[in-house]
Design a protein around this ligand. Structure first.
Ligand SMILES: NC(=O)c1ccc[n+]([C@@H]2O[C@H](COP(=O)([O-])OP(=O)(O)OC[C@H]3O[C@@H](n4cnc5c(N)ncnc54)[C@H](O)[C@@H]3O)[C@@H](O)[C@H]2O)c1
Length: 451
């Protein structure tokens, strides 16, 4: 049972912390809180994940089982599907998915269901924090009213005179900025943005997070914190679209866009490099901007940069297919009936994440046009059924020199570090490279088409 506590007490030790949603974001967060000595319980609706976690196993490639096992054995971490246990927690952090629906509009059903499962278990003085990426207003307009249904109140308040406003529980938003697989910046090194529904909520959340990250950045409201995350991801989405567009122009002008970007990046101020690719991927960048476009309509506002970036990035896999058709054509081959090997299913190098990967679109477009496709990805020995795609019959093929030589074209969609691009070019008849992965290959350059 949560004890009667002041906001500052969340900076203290020995807290019971509940993490709802044990995925790419929730699991590392849970382990980090366990690392600093709190007792953490992961809540998830997926029975299989819960079983694995309690057995000390991992289901995310970059999260070692040893680490989970260490905390399970040390009784610092367990996992459950029993949401009644939420009432035993001092703080509850929500890390559930926020995808788009079929009409590419925000699907907040996971957040809504989670708020509904907290509501009957909500305790006085409990701290609830939403971490899922979403549009400004979600915590205030969606989560707060559901939580308040049981009779406890958390008044929206900011500005002078509200520092110690009375509140029955604490509610905040703190976006997750995790970059899975990033070896330089892990959770502990990335500053955490925190905005409360009222100042005591903001202080409670800031005190809690200060224990696991190098820096907490308080902002004035949950809405500001929600917008910070969207600005970051829209910035990325728009800049990637810009280089994707300039890549296409550069190809026409016979310029090497990677040379141009790397040279521009030597400027010590005012420029930040972004790199082109076969399209946007991952759970965040292709999805999050649309949360803001949707909300902006409520204000009669058109987010034109977001729409334009979306248009350009969505068209990228189609450009890759055009380039591949042209390259085959030059070798007097049609796409229909050609054998194509796609390298890399993951949306970016060295991760086991397929979500929104442009490789899926490439598979769909190429097979749809009659090409005979195989793929290789060390992180995906087999494909499985997904929301928009079903390539569940496909298995990753082995990369041998004999096999490489059999294909009419090898398409590099993801430049995993484990690939030996010298060997790939040496053995392949034709290589279409969407990532400039073959930049250091010296022999056989006449076989490479950059696109
Ligand atoms: N993956 C990233 O790199 C990343 C980075 C920053 C922010 N985010 C944001 O973090 C949030 C979570 O993303 P993720 O990548 O961890 O997703 P994920 O799919 O890896 O994990 C979500 C987990 O929530 C569980 N879940 C779904 N509904 C539930 C419910 N009602 N109750 C309890 N558990 C439930 C799922 O079973 C799953 O284990 C999203 O809003 C995402 O936009 C993700």
């Amino acid at each position: 049972m949560a004890v009667d506590r002041k906001p500052d007490s969340f900076a203290g030790k020995d807290l019971r912390i509940g993490i709802i949603g044990c995925g790419y974001v929730g699991l590392p967060l849970a382990l980090r809180f366990a690392d600093v000595g709190h007792r953490v319980t992961g809540f998830d609706t997926d029975q299989e994940k819960i079983k694995k976690l309690n057995a000390g196993q991992s289901y995310i490639q970059h999260i070692p089982a040893d680490k989970i096992n260490h905390h399970v054995q040390g009784k610092r971490f367990d996992a459950t599907t029993d949401f009644a246990k939420l009432r035993e927690m001092d703080a509850v952090l929500i890390c559930v998915p926020t995808p788009l629906d079929e009409r590419r509009e925000p699907d907040l059903s996971y957040v809504e269901k989670t708020a509904q499962s907290i509501a009957p278990n909500l305790q006085r003085n409990q701290l609830i924090v939403l971490e899922s990426t979403t549009y400004p207003g979600t915590t205030e307009e969606l989560v707060l009213p559901i939580l308040e249904k049981g009779g406890l109140h958390c008044p929206i308040a900011r500005g002078e005179g509200t520092e110690n406003v009375a509140t029955d529980f604490y509610l905040a938003f703190s976006p997750e900025r995790e970059d899975p697989g990033n070896k330089q910046y892990g959770l502990a090194q990335i500053p955490k943005i925190v905005g409360g529904i009222n100042p005591p909520s903001g202080r409670a959340a800031a005190g809690l997070y200060a224990q696991i990250v190098s820096k907490v950045v308080p902002v004035s409201s949950t809405r500001a914190a929600e917008m910070v995350k969207l600005l970051e991801n829209i910035f990325r989405c728009v800049n990637i679209a810009l280089v994707n567009e300039l890549k296409q122009l550069s190809l026409r002008m016979d310029l090497d866009i990677w040379e141009v970007i790397d040279s521009a990046a030597t400027k010590p101020f005012g420029f930040m490099p972004f790199y082109p690719g076969p399209g946007l991927g991952g759970h965040c960048i292709p999805v999050d901007p649309y949360y803001l476009s949707w909300k902006a309509r409520e204000y009669d506002f058109a987010t034109r940069f977001i729409e334009l970036a979306g248009e350009i990035n969505t068209a990228m896999p189609y450009h890759v297919v055009d380039a591949l058709v042209k390259a085959l054509n030059e070798r007097e081959k049609s796409l229909k009936g050609s054998k194509v090997l796609l390298l890399g299913m993951a949306y970016k190098k060295d991760v086991d994440d397929l979500r929104e990967s442009p490789s899926l679109k490439l598979l769909e477009l190429l097979t749809g046009n009659g090409a005979l496709l195989d793929y290789n990805d060390p992180y995906f020995p087999a494909l499985f059924k997904m929301r928009h795609y079903d390539f569940s019959k496909m298995r990753s093929v082995e990369l041998t020199s004999e096999r490489l030589a059999k294909y009419d074209c090898v398409l590099i969609a993801t430049d995993h570090s484990s690939y030996d691009f010298n060997e790939i070019v040496k053995n392949a008849k034709l290589v279409v490279d969407t990532r400039n992965a073959t930049r250091h290959v010296k022999q056989g350059r006449e076989k490479i088409v950059n696109c």
